[in-house]
Design a protein around this ligand. Structure first.
Ligand code: ZN
Length: 232
């Protein structure tokens, strides 16, 4: 690995937006932040990675402000950290979310129509887009890039599931596709991990502890390390 792999970690919610709340009062925004900070530490202790956080305290961040990060620097991967909730208290375990084709198609069309240069692409893609006037060709390039991002997301999720299986129940073993704003950057592969159910009594108890938050961060870290070691 020649260049460092830049990972943008996004702890969901924050400030006035607590996210989901457990039956014993645990707030999702706090769990997300602590897992994200632990993950950032682990990644930055490894010379192959450079990790940054969208927030490192209990501040409110709009979706626009979260997305600014990946639009102004080259990010190899965005990981958004969340905790799930449900009326069904028996539900527990992790799931992984990625952006739907439909949403990404809309984002790519929007970008081409607006023709603004406010998105940071890798050098080669940037050069093609800059010197090209044919919008269909541009769209083809971005579609191909998205196709590649999807392959990365699918492959990476296999590593994540494999590691998480060792510590927790998997709620949904297949990837979930959704129209989620945080995952809709057209220049970065992006995944969202629901790290457990805050509405499950046992999981709320575990998610509250630093040792379990560290365990989750470490599980994500090992998955990333394994994935990038095998794919580079
Ligand atoms: Zn959330």
């Amino acid at each position: 690995m020649k260049n460092k792999i830049n990972i943008l970690i996004d702890p969901g919610h924050g400030g006035q937006d607590p996210g989901a709340i457990g039956h014993k009062g645990l707030k999702e925004k706090e769990v997300n932040l602590r897992i994200a900070i632990e993950l950032e530490k682990l990644l930055n202790n490894n010379k192959f990675f450079h990790a940054i956080l969208t927030r490192n305290n209990d501040s409110y961040l709009s979706l626009k402000n979260r997305k600014i990060f990946s639009n102004h620097q080259h990010v190899n991967l965005l990981i958004s950290i969340h905790v799930d909730s449900s009326k069904a208290k028996y539900l527990s375990g992790i799931s992984i979310w990625v952006v739907s084709n439909k949403r990404m198609c809309r984002e790519i069309n929007k970008f081409i129509k607006n023709n603004k240069n406010n998105v940071y692409f890798s050098k080669n893609i940037e050069n093609i887009l800059k010197n090209e006037n044919d919008i269909y060709f541009k769209k083809t390039i971005l579609d191909l890039q998205f196709n590649n991002f999807q392959n990365i997301e699918i492959e990476l999720s296999k590593y994540i599931f494999k590691e998480f299986k060792k510590i927790v129940r998997i709620n949904k073993l297949a990837l979930n596709y959704a129209s989620l704003g945080i995952l809709s950057a057209i220049n970065t592969p992006s995944i969202l991990i629901e790290t457990g159910f805050i509405t499950n009594f046992e999981e709320e108890k575990k998610l509250r502890t630093l040792s379990y938050q560290k365990k989750i961060a470490n599980t994500i870290y090992i998955s990333l390390k394994n994935y990038f070691e095998h794919s580079h």
